[in-house]
Design a protein around this ligand. Structure first.
Ligand code: HXC
Length: 257
């Protein structure tokens, strides 16, 4: 494969990206960042792919940005290269991305999981933003996305103290969509991604865009945006197929058109 720090695989219409720096608990170095972004962009533009699954190992989704790589950097270097801005390209992906998180999702690891569209966690998952213990703050959106996900009280406490949340607390707080036993995590996440990939891709993209608009605009504007996009679904053949299939009591055969 063209990649060294990740594995890329396909199962049906699902593209699977596995973070693979086991000796460093999948710490996010520059190479891994380039590779994840390149793999997501490649899968995102592939018409045969209807969902992307991003996962790590049982012990660690990712233990954060690579501290050893980061430690010697100067202000003018990180500012000059706009360090970490490359991760923003993940939020431009249109194909739904599911994160399957087991073990540590700390710092940049938690932020990477939150860059995905939703998170399925194993019962061993641990989430945290411990950057403050290293004398820095979250740098890949953690202070913003964690706050939107779990509210100010928990986000502020976690960002200021660096304490972790276990899977139970993360689910209660709304950071993860659900928890599954660790041995079942991959299969459960793949099944979920496969379900998404079985829908009409253009309609799934519209649905994702509509939900994401909730974080970018007012309620009235968001509702209007949703309604316009809902109207647009009637321009697809898949709307006719989906509704015909219901009426004829059969499974729909979406054409992604
Ligand atoms: C580089 C890392 C790493 C990291 C672990 N390793 N996390 N290397 N960057 N973020 C390496 C260790 O140095 C070690 O390498 C190997 O992985 C195994 O880790 P251990 O610490 O021995 O494992 P364990 O005792 O099980 O502890 C697991 C852990 C701990 C609790 C997750 O590794 C840890 O606290 N990691 C750092 C977590 C963190 O602070 N993340 C936030 C990073 S800052 P060797 O070679 O010794 O075997 C961040 C910034 C985002 O993400 C943007 C703001 C700038």
């Amino acid at each position: 494969s063209e990649f060294e720090t990740i594995l890329v695989d396909r199962k049906g219409r699902v593209g699977i990206i596995t973070l693979n720096r086991p000796k460093a608990l999948n710490a996010l170095n520059s190479q891994l960042m380039h590779e994840v972004v390149a793999a997501v962009e490649e899968l995102d533009t592939d018409a045969e792919i209807g969902a992307i699954l991003l996962t790590g190992s049982e012990k660690a989704f990712a233990a954060g940005a690579d501290i050893k790589e980061m430690a010697p950097k100067t202000f003018s270097e990180v500012y000059g290269e706009d360090f970490f801005s490359e991760w923003d390209r993940l939020s431009a992906a249109r194909t739904p991305i599911v994160a399957a998180v087991s073990g540590y999702a700390l710092g940049g690891g938690c932020e990477l999981a939150m860059l995905c569209d939703f998170i399925i966690a194993s019962d061993t998952a641990k989430f945290g933003q411990p950057e403050i213990k290293l004398g820095v703050i979250p740098g890949i959106g953690g202070s913003q996305r964690l706050t939107r996900a779990v509210g100010k009280a928990k986000a502020m406490e976690m960002v200021l103290t660096g304490r972790n949340m276990d899977a139970e607390e993360a689910e209660r707080a709304g950071l993860v969509s659900r928890i599954v036993p660790v041995a079942e995590l991959f299969d459960a996440a793949l099944e979920t991604a496969t379900t998404i990939a079985s829908m009409s891709l253009p309609v799934a993209i519209m649905a994702k865009e509509a939900v994401n608009r909730a974080f970018e605009t007012t309620l009235a504007e968001g509702v209007k945006f949703e309604r316009r996009v809902f109207h647009s679904t009637f321009a697809t053949a898949d709307q006719k197929e989906g509704m015909a299939a219901f009426i004829e009591k059969r499974a729909p055969e979406f054409k992604n058109a």
